[in-house]
Ligand binder design. Structure first.
Ligand SMILES: [Zn+2]
Length: 516
């Protein structure tokens, strides 16, 4: 865990406005500063030891100086100094931070630090906040006095991204340093292009190995991030046809883009990849894509003997419902994108049903057990979320890089009672650090999405009082330079990262850290 040092308060000085991202629900600055040395002691009292929480505390507070005390009382208490703690609230109406499984309360006075939460995850988020308030002065550490009560506005706060062989170090940095600090709790990992044992013929040069992917999945879990695999079918299925393979599974072999959902060999192919994926992720939820199915080629193809007499709506529903049932039989919930369920006029973009009638058919035919990730990257509004919810679906608002859109759609997600927000990344199918300069707006957008999804704040992007790009780069740099391992193949595209220059130009703090 890093010291982000968003607030610069020297001991004895009045602290400046404290900047914590995501913005806490309640933050009251106090008087004075708590100062300690790096050999100071601290204590974690909890019903049971949670290794994820322990690692986070040991990384932030004096390492190796912590003591775990098994407690019969409810709640997780972390204490340093002599500020007396209080029991976790019980009975009657709980305060909002204590009632929320991700909530926490952080009290810092000149005497000490007292962090309290109902769950290990809540305490973990309290540590993320504390990490942003700490300052290091030689051997001393300090934190300005403050009282924070905090809990999230949306329970699902995710980022969607693609893993790759050359991009694994970047993903690790995101999972280790960026996502936890932003209190994100889901990753939707679009991994159809991984190196699957059952179909080695479709692997690409930069496909991630299963070992590297497994490591990323484990890193997510060790930071309270639930990984959700995404295998995109039946459209966007070019991954099945790489190197001219498996063309007999295409719905339209002249334009191999969607697969035939009624062909038993297609079903076998998809279930084989998904089985391997499930063995690797052990997911609670699986995302099955189902977006832009009619983008290219014919679907249904009138020349496909299996799909004769079918419609786009009947094939989409058959495919989605079959996979959802197959996943449910394995105890796994299903998610899919929402564009096939919306018609032009129902949202400003991502409306792939031909007309209102087809959209209604899609919404009627698709199982309501499937959660819809409703993506809109242009002028999103609450309307599409309401339409999908009225049809009986749980919804998650999905955003991209425009700050104003992230603001509007996160507000719409909260107002409509959606489950959450999913921030998407579209930086190529095999992204790595070498592309970070070009796609920096997408990465900076993680900060905005996380802030809005957790805080529910109603300040537009221009009024947030910070530069999301600087915050992202500072968190990403996390006290040490990135470790880019450019691969030699495709050298024209994958050059060593120019990130160091980019960061140095933006933040003197990062430049100083990297010179060390
Ligand atoms: Zn077919």
């Amino acid at each position: 865990m890093m010291f982000l040092g968003l607030a610069a308060a020297a001991p004895g000085q009045t602290p400046p406005t404290l900047l914590v991202i995501p913005q806490p629900k309640s933050l009251r600055p106090g008087a004075g500063v708590f100062v300690w040395k790096q050999d100071a002691r601290w204590q974690l009292r909890a019903p049971m030891r949670d290794e994820r929480l322990w690692q986070a505390a040991d990384g932030l507070l004096p390492a190796g100086r912590g003591q775990f005390v098994a407690s019969r009382r409810a709640g997780y208490d972390l204490q340093m100094g002599t500020e007396p703690g209080v029991n976790f609230p019980s009975g009657g109406k709980l305060p909002a931070w204590a009632a929320n499984p991700e909530g926490y309360r952080l009290l810092v006075t000149s005497k000490g630090i007292f962090l309290q939460a109902g769950t290990a995850q809540g305490a973990f988020y309290g540590l993320q906040t504390l990490g942003q308030l700490l300052e290091r002065n030689g051997r001393d550490f300090s934190c300005p006095a403050v009282e924070i009560e905090d809990w999230p506005s949306l329970r699902f706060r995710g980022v969607h991204w693609f893993p790759s062989a050359s991009g694994a170090p970047m993903c690790r940095r995101m999972i280790d340093h960026v996502f936890p600090m932003l209190k994100l709790n889901r990753c939707v990992v679009e991994c159809e292009a991984a190196r699957w044992d059952c179909h080695p013929e479709i692997a690409m040069t930069n496909s991630i190995s299963k070992a590297a992917l497994r490591q990323l999945v484990e890193e997510c879990r060790s930071r309270f991030i639930e990984p959700i695999p995404l295998i995109d079918v039946p459209g966007h299925a070019k991954w099945m046809f790489r190197h001219g393979q498996n063309l007999d599974l295409a719905e339209d072999a002249q334009t191999p883009y969607a697969c035939c959902v009624k062909n038993p060999k297609t079903i076998q192919f998809i279930e084989a990849v998904m089985t391997e994926c499930i063995d690797l992720f052990h997911p609670r939820t699986f995302h099955i894509g189902h977006d832009e199915i009619t983008d290219r080629g014919r679907f249904p193809n009138p020349q496909c003997p299996l799909c004769r007499g079918e419609t786009t709506a009947s094939l989409t529903a058959e495919s989605a419902n079959r996979l959802a049932d197959w996943l449910a039989a394995r105890g796994i919930a299903t998610m899919m994108w929402g564009d096939m369920l919306l018609a032009p006029g129902e949202a400003a973009d991502a409306t792939c049903a031909k007309n209102a009638g087809e959209a209604r058919q899609q919404r009627a035919g698709i199982s309501k057990k499937i959660t819809i990730t409703d993506w809109h990257y242009w002028n999103p509004s609450r309307r599409s979320l309401d339409i999908l919810q009225q049809a009986g679906f749980h919804t998650i608002a999905s955003t991209w890089q425009q700050p104003e859109d992230i603001f509007q759609f996160s507000q719409a997600a909260i107002a409509s009672g959606s489950d959450g927000l999913l921030q998407t990344t579209w930086a190529g199918f095999f992204p790595d650090e070498s592309g970070m300069r070009n796609d920096i707006a997408q990465y900076a957008a993680y900060v905005l999405a996380a802030d809005y999804a957790w805080s529910g704040r109603s300040d537009p992007p221009a009024k947030l009082g910070y530069d999301a790009q600087k915050i992202f780069l500072k968190a990403y740099a996390a006290n040490s330079p990135p470790t880019v391992k450019p691969i030699r193949l495709r050298a024209k595209i994958l050059r060593p990262a120019p990130l160091r220059r980019l960061c140095a130009g933006l933040s003197p703090i990062i430049a100083a850290r990297w010179r060390r």
